[in-house]
Design a binder for this molecule. Structure first.
Ligand code: NPQ
Ligand code: MG
Length: 369
């Protein structure tokens, strides 16, 4: 495959409600899409970097810059490009995994569409639908939180994840457990808001039968997570710390996590995500698919990944309506608490041209020379 070029498409997507985490409040999603053009077909990838470097060091303007200046030129120079060659071609550029994931996914989608193969089949999916969980932001009060959770359960979500931070942890967990009962699948996510000195406070979550606590400590602190794990009954799941299959292997070997959140953007793409899946499967470590407020483009690919066999926990693979009143693809909708895995070639969905145009703030064409 030879590419004619990439287009960088920037969108501004209003969220249905503010989404508050330990690192900030999000009201609008600043989206970067990458469209690969082969001359007789296209492929799409969504960059999951946020507008600011708060979840991780990457942010959307730097992702666009590194794609424009360093990633796209390396791929546009290749005469015989295929998905497996993207990673090696981009390896000389350090870091920038979210940017790399977006371009690799665009190439992979174009290549799969050219062959009529769905992404799920290519990755080794074994299911045609996946259970949906939902991530619930930090609220101003417990009644507001209970209303939000009740609303999501009424929609059919099969698992609730509460965002936590110091000052909003045991009380919301206790309130949700008391109101919705012991059968509710419930977990929490701290986005690295705690310190090792908070171990006693985190141990106060132990009575509430949480599925897991996600990323309590710093991204870098694998040994801290391993030490914390020895003091908690709640299993530790890592998100931000798992930047590659090697990082996942280290975390498992150190006892830093019992569960892994896989986000393809965070680890540099779907091929590396599959390697982490395979590694965790071999170690008996359950995995689930994270979410980054993706549009239908990113969501479609995540749902395909979440259909692999070691994804034994519901993911943050929510319906489009969790974040957006108007998605750029036909909306993903819950059916019995599950999302259907797209069955068309590649990621299996296309942006709706009129909707895409309405939400686009800028476009940039990167041509092969
Ligand atoms: C997580 N996602 O699991 C992330 C955090 C997150 C669904 O909880 C802009 C860019 C906004 C990235 C909000 C969920 C974001 C973002 C939250 C990531 O840790
Ligand atoms: Mg997380």
């Amino acid at each position: 495959m030879k590419l004619h070029g990439f287009e960088l498409v920037r969108l501004s997507m209003p969220l249905v409600a503010p989404f508050r985490t330990s690192f900030g409040v999000q009201t609008v999603r600043d989206v970067l899409l990458v469209r690969a053009d082969t001359g007789d077909g296209v492929g799409w990838g969504e960059c999951v970097a946020g507008g600011e470097p708060l979840y991780s060091s990457e942010y959307v303007d730097d992702a666009a810059d590194v794609i424009r200046r360093f990633l796209a030129p390396r791929l546009l120079a290749a005469d015989r490009l295929d998905p497996a060659r993207v990673g090696p071609a981009l390896a000389p550029v350090r870091g920038h995994r979210m940017a790399k994931a977006a371009v690799e996914t665009a190439v992979l989608d174009a290549w799969l569409r050219g062959r009529g193969v769905p992404l799920a089949a290519y990755l080794g999916a074994t299911r045609d639908r996946v259970p949906a969980g939902v991530s619930v932001g930090i609220m101003d009060s417990l009644p507001e939180l209970l209303d939000a959770v009740a609303g999501y359960l009424a929609q059919g979500y099969l698992r609730i994840k509460l965002k936590i931070e110091p000052g909003w942890d045991v009380e919301p967990v206790r309130a949700v457990r008391e109101r919705f009962g012991d059968d509710l699948l419930l977990q929490v996510d701290a986005n690295a808001a705690y310190q090792p000195a908070d171990t006693r406070q985190l141990a106060r979550l132990d009575p509430y039968q949480l599925l897991l606590i996600e990323q309590p400590l710093d991204e870098d602190d694998l040994r801290g997570h391993a030490a914390l794990a020895r003091h908690l009954r709640t299993p530790i799941c890592l998100d931000e710390s798992i930047t590659s299959a090697r990082a996942a292997a280290d975390a498992i070997a150190l006892g830093a996590c019992a569960v892994v959140n896989i986000k393809p953007g965070r680890v540099g793409g779907y091929l590396e995500a599959r390697r982490i899946h395979d590694l965790c499967h071999a170690h008996g470590v359950p995995v689930w698919c994270g979410g980054m407020l993706e549009t239908g483009v990113g969501r479609a690919a995540n749902v395909a990944l979440a259909a692999l066999p070691a994804f034994t926990l519901p993911g943050d693979t929510s319906a489009s309506s969790r974040y957006y009143a108007q998605d750029i693809t036909p909306p993903f909708e819950l059916a019995g608490g599950q999302l259907g895995v797209p069955s068309g070639p590649g990621i299996g969905v296309d942006p709706i041209p009129d909707t895409l145009r309405e939400l686009t703030t800028s476009k940039e064409w990167l041509a092969a020379r």
